[in-house]
Write a protein that binds this ligand. Structure first.
Ligand code: FES
Ligand SMILES: [Fe+2]
Length: 339
């Protein structure tokens, strides 16, 4: 342990110690320059997308509609009608198509206008922006792009061996989604905020980087000296996952940080355990820990002005992650459609 310097108070009589100007690198904010990171963002719980209904959701710097196509698959499209801009979330599903409330133009499951209410032929360019969508872990995920650059994480068990339950954290947090993602490589915070005692000094050497995030394994003790053996990682700028043994049973969380508007995020999380005689009790336990963990972070994340300030040796992985974020692809192909 390095000795820390202790500065004695001067009670106002001694000369004031000069202090250097703050030094930090600003991180690019979501929406800065009109672009957003190209990641998968949760927009709804799967259970909220009911056949026959249209859900309107704020996304990026605009709004999208989310609904089930006739085959049951979920579609996410820009919310504003290319006729004169009515919000399609106040429309209806008619014959499997989205019908605009204003003049009854109808959009097929691919987002093209196939019919106008008055009978005029639809203009050829009358279409909505169609987003890539995944329905996974009880959550609807939408990719900011025309084609996904990477996929959601895959788990070490098949779905039919697992029990899952997703929830949305009730409070919107006032920082970009990547700020929450930056918690995972922030080893100092894992110790201070979540009270994890690592079995190794710091797991920086365990961190495996790849193009779309990183993974690392650690063993240690969680609160109450519960033994944990974890595989954790971040995918993109908005997905956290963690699985492994917790107090002797396998558990997993896949957590997504939604982007309803620049400078805010909404937390969706799926708790997962292996099917078995104790799975109901284990799932309750995992859900409670997941809510507790988000609760431990929430006041900090709701008020932070995140910047890369003065990092120390213990911030090795965090520093690398902030570099990764700065270089992360940013784009906004749905601009003009969703606003
Ligand atoms: S605004 Fe949608 S049909 Fe006219
Ligand atoms: Fe945290």
């Amino acid at each position: 342990m390095e000795e820390q310097s202790i500065r004695m108070p001067t009670n106002g009589t001694a000369a004031r110690t000069p202090r250097p100007k703050p030094h930090y690198l600003r991180m690019p904010a979501e929406g800065e320059g009109g672009v957003f990171t190209q990641s998968w963002f949760p927009v709804a719980l799967a259970s909220e997308v009911v056949p026959g209904q249209i859900l309107g959701v704020n996304f990026l710097d605009g709004k999208i509609v989310v609904f089930r196509a006739p085959d049951g698959t979920v579609r996410a499209m820009s919310a504003y009608c290319p006729h004169v801009g009515a919000d399609l979330s106040v429309g209806k599903i008619v014959d499997g198509r989205v019908q605009c409330a204003f003049h009854h133009w109808e959009y097929d499951a691919d987002g093209f206008c196939v019919k106008t209410g008055i009978g005029d032929p639809p203009p050829k360019s009358a279409c909505l922006f169609l987003f890539p969508v995944r329905e996974r872990f009880g959550i609807i995920w939408v990719f900011n792009g025309e084609e996904p650059l990477f996929e959601l994480p895959t788990l070490p068990y098949a779905d039919d061996e697992l029990v899952m339950q997703a929830y949305r954290f009730g409070q919107t947090l006032h920082c970009d989604p990547w700020v929450f993602a930056a918690n995972t490589p922030d080893m100092q915070h894992l110790k201070v905020v979540h009270k994890i005692k690592f079995a190794m000094e710091e797991p920086h050497d365990q961190v495996q980087w790849h193009d779309w995030g990183f993974d690392f394994e650690y063993r240690g003790l969680h609160q109450g000296d519960v033994p944990v053996d974890n595989h954790s990682g971040i995918r993109g700028t908005s997905i956290f996952y963690r699985w492994g043994l917790y107090d002797g049973f396998w558990r997993c969380n896949v957590t997504g940080f939604g982007l309803p508007r620049p400078g805010e995020h909404t937390v969706y999380s799926c708790s997962i355990v292996v099917k078995g005689p104790k799975s109901a009790e284990q799932l309750e336990n995992v859900l409670a820990i997941s809510r507790r963990t988000v609760g431990e972070d929430k006041d900090i994340l709701d008020t932070i002005h995140y910047r890369q300030g003065l990092l120390t040796k213990a911030d090795k992985s965090l520093g690398r992650f902030l570099n990764y974020l700065r270089k992360f692809p940013r784009a906004h192909p749905s601009a003009g459609f969703i606003n």
